[in-house]
Design a protein around this ligand. Sequence first.
Ligand code: ZN
Length: 485
Amino acid sequence: MSLKLTQYAAIGSKKSLSSEKHVLIVLGEKTEKHLPFVNVLEIKLKRSKKEFKDLVKSPMTVELPNGGLASFVILAEKLNVFQKHTLLRKAVKPLLDEQPEALAICVFGSEAERENNACAAYYVATVNAAELPSRKKENKSKPLKAINIYGYEATHDYGYVNARVAGNTLCRSLTMLPPNELTPTIYRDKVKKLAAEHGWTWEEFDMPALKKMGAGAFYAVGQGSEPMDAAIVHLTYKPKKAKKHIALVGKGICFDTGGHNLKPAKYMQGMHEDMNGSAVALGVLTAATLQQLPVKLDCWLAIAQNHIGPLAYKQNDVVIALNGMTIEIVHTDAEGRMVLADTLTLASRQRPDAILDYATLTGSMAVAVTDRMSGVIANKPELACKAVGAGATAGERIVAFPYEEDMDGDLDSDIADIKQCTLEGGGDHMHAARFMGKFIENDVAWLHTDLSSSNRKGGLGAVQSDVNGFGVGFGLEMIKSLIGT
Ligand SMILES: [Zn+2]
């Protein structure tokens, strides 16, 4: 998406906005005296039996005398970032639905309000204007070409926001692709091209290499597919000046049938999105690269499919992981923790300052926190606290869960070092974290994000599409918080 940005320091007026056809008017707490189009707004408020102050709760869209459309919204200072993003998304939707070539954003209020709201509105507008994959012949979307901001002239060009949007859009685009268009072979090829584009170092561990290394946990999942095109892909972003070294890890199951413990149709629907964690990791890496963050990032993508077949792993199999631990297979649908186990071992062997992993891992996380937010579990409590703060800053809500040693008892196996999961249910998101924690070496600090909110009907926070790229903004803030910028 190439957008032309024009910024005007002067507050938008009826005159300066006369040629604009799609206008987003973002107000601060105080009532404005010279609000453009206020008469049209008042008529509609009256007709809807609403008052001006109701714009704090829900935006209002009105037809303009010039044939255009304007949405009004008040962003109260007490609202958090998630709430502000949500209101802005609702305000901008009717405008973007008309697929305009240009969008005007008018901010009012104090200087701080105008600065913050211009940035938030720019993010919400551009992330929702981004082009996404569609296989429909009709409704080819027309891209937004220009954004005109009235009322605040920043000294920057919103490049850092564009970077976040690029990361989020990459994440959503990959996640939305149908599974026949994103097999591990195709995915790996795309990642290789991205690496060349962004200057990342690229290496792959394919199935023969993983077998030779003894990565039996990952291999157990990959062996069920024909062709055996699963792989762990390793990318590195290394700027000249790096304050810290952080590893990103992502679950990339391109399709999850559940394996021999086959999912019923209702639960298999949408399972091409089970690679979302790897797409989040790639989105964070892309955005951090574009923002030129001073941090070395290693990105590890566990790319595979979970299939049935004569070679597929099954219940009661015992496999040997890369770190030498033996794992008793209990449920073939718990493949995510299997592919991540060996990937986490590889990531931790480089002794990064922290590992951040992303995975659509358990149903129990969605039961616990719904699809409105996602949960994290860390092997160091301070990391989980940072995560909750980073989520709040990004407008992506994060809930921290405990990482308690006594839960290990539930994973005791009679024949192997550990059971993959339990069949009893309850707290599987915490059991999964206890399981994966066993494969981290060198006591590396590790934060696991279980992406229960990767897809929410009608969108979430800033993003209108069901697949919403949750985690990219949070991941960026998390890295910034770890490197102290
Ligand atoms: Zn599964």
